[in-house]
Design a protein around this ligand. Sequence first.
Ligand code: GUN
Length: 297
Amino acid sequence: MISNSTPEAHAETANILDGRSVADRLIANVGHAVKNSIARGQRPPGLAVVLVGNDPASDVYVGNKVKACARAGLVSRDFRLPHGSDQKSLLALIDDLNADPEIDGILVQLPLPGHMDELDVTRRIDPDKDVDGFHPVNVGRLALRDPGLRPCTPRGVMTLLNAYDLDPKASRAVVVGASNIVGRPLALELLLAGATVSIAHRFTEDLKSLVEQAEYLFVAVGKSGIVRSEWIASGTVVVDIGIHRDDDGRLRGDLEFDDVRQRAAWLTPVPGGVGPMTVATLMQNTAEANGLVVRAP
Ligand code: GUN
């Protein structure tokens, strides 16, 4: 049971949700499934990663995804289009990849340059190859309790909780941030898992009282200082999904790790929490799009 008592009442510091080690296990499980499939004479799963432009952060994320493919035994194909490319050429590339029998998964790194329409691009991907889970069919299936390919960060968060036997069923879960990539699909995942879910966003009044009530708190704002550590009740399970560089160049999340650690029962670090889970889940989704069965880590 949680309480809004002083941090001293929760005498111990939070347990760490070690996303890096769970992600390593998940990638190893993907690797086993791929090896067995190859031994049965099948080709390895193939992932196409498409990056438009040269945003440095996107470049790092795409590099991590390509490296993870090698670790999991997947084949990756990396496509770079110049920033000024027109949407027509991106759609033509997606058409080719949709038709390519050696490609099981297609990922177009977001954000796209401003002259492109992300929804149009996402809609063009074959839903059965949409390993990001962003196509309206896959988002709709998740909403209707019939999940197909599921967005990687939300699914990765659920896998991480599950790996520590943390079950949000019947709990009060609060998601701060309502993006298409994280907040909205995470709320759907939590609903599917039986939590009572609130989503906070830029128009939410009294964020403090929502946060105070959370037994499970998920923060995906993309900037620090919105959710204050002292609002978090003693004993809460806290998942920090933000990642950015502070003025000293250090990677950090949306929350003050050291302060939250004195209050929460469980907490994800940044880096080493949700980030590796997102990448590992992309490997899992690609293997599953190929028809493989991947064991939970
Ligand atoms: N940009 C930030 N996160 C993601 C993600 O999970 N998938 C894609 N395609 N782009 C992103």
